[in-house]
Design a protein around this ligand. Structure first.
Ligand code: PEP
Ligand code: MG
Length: 899
């Protein structure tokens, strides 16, 4: 079996299609080499080798060793250098690269091959001792941490990690020399630092830093493989839903040096702006540095070109100005890559003595806004077609476009505390937390948390996830925090140099003002501005490009999208987002506000009245309210269908439990308070979700059903007479047997005729249907469809009753179930295709046998979940219905399903 694939100018073995085998980095390096782009030669060890290595507990598969020898020889030949040769030494880097990018979550070791034997040769060859010792001190720092301590698990003295101790040596040395940056240290300084580093390694790890190139290479490859199972990589995979068995590739590549002096540099760029989508080359660079300096956020890099230099950055020099030739070549590679991949790419480059090399390219992470903007612009440029453009935007990314931003009016009036780089869009406010753990803890009790960190560190992944916004004092637009935040569409500001953080004291200062853990700040991640206290958020305004994108998606969509809405206001919002009707109007929502004038009070009178006449007069009193609400909503939707569901919740939910309310009611009904109390208590059920609710109420209290049905028909008749086109659909909830429908249908028929006659109309147009929320109803779909003209799956209840999980109590055990992988996902959030989905398929098939034109939809929460929408499409549903704000997501998900 082949475990190693070489790439170099002359002969390249892999290509971009082998992402799964070579990982993203390896596959794309091979592709770039094929395109004639300058890439330092190297080879990639496959993800299969990684899996074999990890499964065997650290043994390489058969054949690997010979292949490694061969690949190394090939690399040496193409470089004209020899690994470990004292006169002409080859140095290599070892980098990770999974199928899907996991920025900063796995390990990298650079400058492998530097030893006491090769150092003098390299100094002689390059004439640059400063550079050689700078590279060596980096190797010791990375290797002792990543390989010796983390991968090989060597115990440190008193449990103090090696890396910070080496960092302290470096800072102390800089201090004694009175310099600020590493670049100001001399060759002698760096040599001395390396000596101290080596001593420290022995002292802390009890072992010498390996002085053999082979040992270094072996250690580095193993460490990269092992980092696949590191804590932060595992956390990231869980959040991003990346499979644990994909494994990482390792790319071993000839080193090129960005730290060879002022004509050398390193940088990271995006072929278009990843935050806004704008078609401008966007990147950052650092002179005289190695790649880790940029991504780790240790130094704040400068913009690569003049166009993206921001106001306050006037002082810094762009790559375009400093090395115009290298910049022009980079621009041309940008063009070549975009034309070839037809995508926005994220690239890493190094300039060694003015010579440009590409170290990586991959499809770049971007915000939702940027996804949409790029898709539309690439379509205009003729780079991609409509279907590709539609697929470029993930449905959930639309969340962000509809995401809150800081209210511009409030922002204008507020005083900006400090500024940083706008790394993740939108606005966020929240209580401050200074560590990842604190953020996670705080988020349990406070929905809005801002995580504040000194620099961007992949270890903070859980806290970043839990926070509403992220703020760091150091780092650039391409640092880990920025990449991760953008991927999640999360508000994020990095490199806010004006803040001083004291994590151990849980506080920070900005301009002399102290902010403690729990204090509230607001971030504007689109502008990079920080404000004291809470500023209000508003919805992002409607972008015509967004509208154009959605209209294009609609051309490919075949399944309808409706809204769950119970008021005129919600109906209008839903319509503005493109709803094609209302799939669920929950009558009970009009009883959720509790003033003395509100319909709830009248409903309570109906429920608690004792005599028939009291009851009848209360029903008459309630009817106009119900009619008005339904009429308002149907009028707002006009010619579109509106599915009105009869009263569903158990009656005890509507009776007062507070003494004052009970007294008020006692007075209104002219009965004793104790009597009211008794009647309220008599409505208590031990299992109300499976009790007296839904159609059962409609059958026990036919006069309540009658009143609701009359309200629907009167609203319909009045609207029809005033020139509207009402399309009511009466829907019966929580049914399990066709005889329930027979019972209700009789009432519906009678009232319909009655209302038509009263209004002098020949008849009224409407549909009669049922929800499918009980497994038995799904199984009996053939009979149900004899009466029902439509089905709507109430997957909230259907999930509850299929699993036997109470939808109100599942929060207690669901996290444990998910952690232990007993269930792959929360079935209340994403539809369970195997059980609940099976029932849906059965019901669709059996229902349509009886009635081929049976209209079928879904109105449970799943109607706005992209994966569930895809399932519904495959199951042959006519429409999905979801909350108004999720309509664009459902529309796009339905378009994706259809193409
Ligand atoms: C459902 O059960 O899925 C549904 C839409 O009804 P409700 O959530 O009101 O019970
Ligand atoms: Mg229900």
């Amino acid at each position: 079996e082949k475990y190693i694939y070489s790439f170099n100018g002359e002969e390249t073995e892999g290509d971009a299609s082998q992402m799964n085998l070579l990982g993203g980095k390896g596959a794309n390096l091979a592709e770039m080499a094929r395109l004639g782009i300058p890439v330092p030669p190297g080879f990639t060890i496959t993800t299969e080798c990684c899996n074999a290595y990890l499964q065997s507990g650290g043994d390489y598969p058969k054949g690997y060793a010979d292949q490694l020898e061969e690949a190394l020889t090939r690399l040496e030949r193409s470089m004209g250098l020899t690994f470990g040769d004292p006169d002409n030494p080859l140095l290599v880097s070892c980098r990770s690269g999974g199928r899907q990018s996991m920025p900063g979550m796995m390990e990298t070791v650079l400058n492998v091959g530097l030893t006491t034997e090769t150092i003098p040769g390299l100094i002689k060859k390059t004439g640059n001792g400063r550079f050689v010792y700078d590279s060596y001190r980096r190797l010791i720092m990375m290797y002792s941490d990543v390989v010796m301590e983390k991968a090989e698990g060597i115990e440190t003295e008193n449990g103090n990690a090696i890396r910070p101790q080496l960092e302290r040596i470096l800072s102390a040395f800089k201090e004694t020399r009175g310099v600020e940056s590493d670049a100001e240290l001399s060759e002698e300084d760096l040599k001395e630092i390396c000596i101290r580093f080596n001593k420290k390694v022995i002292q802390v790890l009890g072992r010498e830093f390996p002085d053999s190139p082979r040992a270094q290479l072996e250690g580095a490859i193993g460490a990269v493989f092992k980092s696949w199972n590191g804590k932060r990589a595992r956390s990231y995979r869980r959040i991003e839903n990346i499979a644990d068995n994909w494994g990482t590739g390792v790319t071993v590549q000839a080193m090129v040096f960005g730290n060879m002096g002022e004509t050398s540099a390193t940088g990271v760029a995006f072929t278009r702006n990843p935050a806004t989508g704008e078609n401008t080359f966007f990147g950052e660079w650092l002179p005289n540095a190695q790649g880790e300096d940029v991504v780790a956020g240790l130094r704040t890099p400068s913009p690569i070109n003049e166009a993206t230099k921001r106001e306050k950055n006037k002082a810094v020099q762009s790559l375009e100005a400093a090395m115009p030739d290298a910049y022009r070549e980079l621009e041309s590679i940008r063009h070549t890559l975009e034309q070839h991949y037809k995508e926005m790419l994220d690239i890493e480059f190094t300039i060694q003595k003015e010579r440009l090399f590409m170290l990586q390219c991959r499809v770049g992470k971007r915000t939702g806004t940027a996804s949409m903007v790029m898709a539309m612009e690439m379509l205009d440029e003729g780079l991609i077609d409509e279907v590709t453009a539609i697929k470029r935007v993930k449905p959930h990314q639309l969340n962000e476009l509809l995401h809150p931003i800081v209210d511009p009016d409030e922002e204008r009036r507020a005083k900006c505390l400090t500024e940083g780089l706008p790394a993740g869009p939108g606005g966020a406010f929240g209580h401050l937390a200074f560590t990842s753990d604190e953020a996670v803890k705080l988020a349990k009790t406070h929905p809005h948390v801002i995580l504040v960190r000194e620099e961007t560190n992949p270890e903070d992944i859980e806290g970043m996830r839990a926070a509403s916004g992220i703020l760091t004092a150091r780092g650039g637009m391409t640092s880990h925090a920025a990449l991760v935040a953008r991927g999640w569409g999360k508000c994020c500001i990095v490199g806010a140099g004006g803040i001083t953080i004291h994590p151990s004291l849980k506080k920070m200062t900005i301009d002399g003002t102290t902010f403690k853990q729990g204090d509230i700040l607001t971030l504007n991640g689109t502008r990079g501005r920080v404000y004291e206290g809470k500023l209000n958020m508003v919805d992002a305004t409607e972008d015509p490009r967004f509208q154009g994108f959605m209209e294009m998606a609609d051309k490919y969509r075949t399944m309808g999208v409706r809204a769950n809405a119970d008021t005129r206001e919600d109906a209008l919002v839903a319509k503005s987002y493109g709803a094609q009707g209302i799939g669920l109007f929950r009558t009970e929502h009009m009883f959720y506000s509790a003033g003395p004038e509100d319909p709830l009070f009248i409903l309570q009178k109906i429920i608690l009245s004792d005599t028939e006449s009291e009851r009848r007069s209360a029903i008459l009193e309630l009817a106009p309210f119900v009619k008005q609400e339904i009429k308002n909503t149907m009028e707002a939707m006009d010619a579109m269908p509106v599915t009105i569901r009869t009263l569903d919740p158990p009656l005890h939910e509507f009776v007062p439990h507070a003494r004052a309310k009970q007294m008020e009611l006692a007075e209104a009904l002219g009965v004793d308070l104790n009597e009211i109390k008794r009647r309220c208590e008599s409505l208590q059920e031990s299992n109300p979700m499976m009790g007296h609710r839904g159609v059962r109420l409609g059958i026990s209290f036919p006069d309540i059903t009658e009143m609701q049905v009359r309200a629907v028909f009167e609203a319909t008749a009045e609207l029809a007479k005033s020139g509207h086109h009402p399309q009511p659909e009466i829907m019966i909830p929580v049914t399990c047997d066709v005889n329930e429908l027979v019972f209700v249908r009789k009432i519906v028929n009678r009232i319909c005729e009655d209302v038509a006659r009263q209004h002098g109309l020949a008849g009224l147009v409407y549909k009669f249907g049922t929800m499918i929320e009980i497994p038995r109803a799904a199984l009996r779909a053939r009979q149900m469809a004899e009466l029902a003209e439509f089905f709507s799956f109430g997957t909230n209840d259907l999930t509850q009753l299929t699993y036997g999980f109470s939808r109100d109590d599942a929060g207690e055990f669901m996290p444990t179930y998910l952690e232990n992988k007993i269930l792959p996902a929360d079935p209340f959030q994403t539809l369970d295709p195997r059980g609940v989905g099976e029932l849906i398929k059965i019901a669709v098939e059996r229902g349509r046998k009886t009635r081929p034109d049976l209209k079928i939809g879904i109105c449970g929460e799943h109607g706005g979940d992209p994966a569930s929408v895809r399932f519904c499409y495959k199951a042959g549903l006519d429409y999905v219905s979801c909350s108004p704000y999720r309509i664009p997501i459902a529309r796009l998900a339905a378009a994706h399903a259809a193409i």
